[in-house]
Ligand binder design. Structure first.
Ligand code: C2E
Ligand code: MG
Length: 405
């Protein structure tokens, strides 16, 4: 018979998780390693504190999402009681700031919950020998001076003039080259650093727009759109910060549009509506982006006065073949026109899509057909050229209703 008694000198671990089944499977898998001995478990932070103090383990594994008490608060209490205890926080990726909060409270390790159990074991072994441990990807954080903003023009489909730009962040990585946001922003949601990036982009974008308004004065004035993460809009001070940034750049509050993803309304409808109402109070313009992609409850959408709606690529790419999509776009175009709300189709790549959008009554467009996001200097060339009639169109007549190949 194999000896199932704990190995002498094994690391004594207490596990606190809010989910019975997960807790049991974590314990089973951890104890498969002879170097680890699980001496106690608890389902809530309060009980966890009692168990930990009784058992005096070497390492505490604590889930960030615990009932009764915040994990950071429990971590602080335990550190005061047992200063030498090492703590491993496990966390799902849905709560911004969990990484920072846990490490600040005194965690020695932070492990993504979705990772394999081997990683948790590794973290326990590391912290038990006095080293910190952080799930891969969390350290991948740019310095602000490695970030650059690219701008993509938004075009009036009636006269092909640029009416505004969307600011899109990139990371000029010292070894890996230019990185696109999808490859680094999701990690930064956990660290909370995304909020710093949003504000940095806001500062660059507003200063850039002020310069362009000066160099390329036009009626109506050029505007700039910035993207805000949910972590940023959760900050109750954000509307005031934005108003101050706009003033700092010497712009009017109308010159800026803040893009909010429709999915925010789906995951936290009530909370998001309340947060967005604060933007309205400051006079900040909001655009709902990826409209229609997440099936957000229409009742919530009309409770927030959006100044703009962006129809996502998932719709544009169905054009011109899908009649259903054409009808939906016609409906959105006429509804937004009636409400004097700006409606922009994103992801316009082909002339056939452009024609279909114009036929459906869409007034504004954005996409590779006009220009990909580009450095500010390139955008200045576009502004000098003024008309962004698609480069592949041979019909030079911008007033014609149909662009011909
Ligand atoms: P988004 O706000 O939906 O931005 C539009 C994305 O579509 C951009 O990707 C743009 O390059 C791409 N795009 C534009 N036209 C076309 C087209 O014709 N075809 C195709 N296939 N793609 C097109 P990018 O720059 O990689 O940005 C991805 C996402 O990252 C953005 O999606 C936005 O959600 C996020 N993001 C970018 N900058 C920031 C930022 O400063 N803060 C936050 N919170 N998010 C940002
Ligand atoms: Mg956007």
């Amino acid at each position: 018979m194999p000896d199932s008694s704990p190995t002498k000198g094994a690391i004594r671990v207490v596990v606190v998780d809010d989910h019975e089944m997960i807790l049991q499977s974590v314990v089973r898998l951890l104890t498969a390693d002879a170097r680890i001995e699980v001496v106690g478990t608890a389902l809530t932070a309060t009980e966890g504190i009692e168990v930990v103090i009784q058992m005096l383990p070497d390492v505490l594994v604590i889930d960030y999402h615990l009932p009764d008490m915040d994990a950071p608060e429990a971590i602080r209490i335990l550190h005061q009681a047992i200063p030498e205890i090492r703590i491993v926080t496990i966390s799902g990726s849905d709560k911004p700031g969990s990484f920072y909060e846990s490490m600040q409270a005194g965690s020695s390790a932070w492990v993504r919950k979705t990772r394999a159990i081997q990683e948790l074991r590794l973290a326990i072994l590391r912290v038990a020998s006095g080293e910190p441990y952080i799930s891969e990807g969390m350290e991948a954080q740019p310095n602000l001076d490695e970030l650059v903003v690219h701008y993509q023009p938004i075009v009036d489909l009636e006269n092909w003039r640029i009416v505004g730009f969307e600011a899109l962040v990139r990371w000029q990585h010292p070894e890996r080259g230019l990185l696109f946001p999808d490859s680094f922003l999701p990690h930064l949601v956990e660290t909370g650093f995304i909020q710093e990036i949003d504000l940095w982009v806001l500062r660059q974008a507003t200063l850039q727009l002020a310069q362009w308004q000066n160099d390329f004065p036009r009626t109506p004035r050029l505007f700039i759109s910035v993207n805000m993460s949910y972590a940023s809009i959760e900050n109750p001070n954000l509307p005031t910060i934005i108003a101050e940034e706009v003033q700092f750049a010497d712009l009017g509050v109308d010159d800026l549009v803040v893009e909010i993803r429709e999915s925010f309304l789906v995951s936290n409808p009530q909370e998001t509506v309340e947060l967005l109402t604060r933007f309205n109070a400051e006079g900040i313009r909001l655009a709902l982006e990826d409209f229609g992609a997440s099936f957000s409850p229409i009742s919530y959408i009309h409770r927030v006065p959006f100044d703009g709606v962006k129809i996502g690529r998932s719709f544009t790419r169905e054009l011109p073949a899908s009649m259903g999509t054409v009808w939906v776009i016609e409906g959105i175009a006429s509804a937004t026109q009636a409400m004097s709300t700006m409606c922009i189709a994103e992801g316009v790549e082909e002339l056939a899509q452009l024609n279909s959008l114009r036929d459906a009554g869409m007034r504004y467009g954005q996409g590779f057909l006009f220009s990909p996001p580009a450095r500010a200097a390139v955008c200045e060339g576009l502004l000098t050229r003024d008309s962004l009639l698609p480069y592949s169109a041979h019909a030079a007549d911008a007033t014609s209703s149909r662009v011909m190949l």
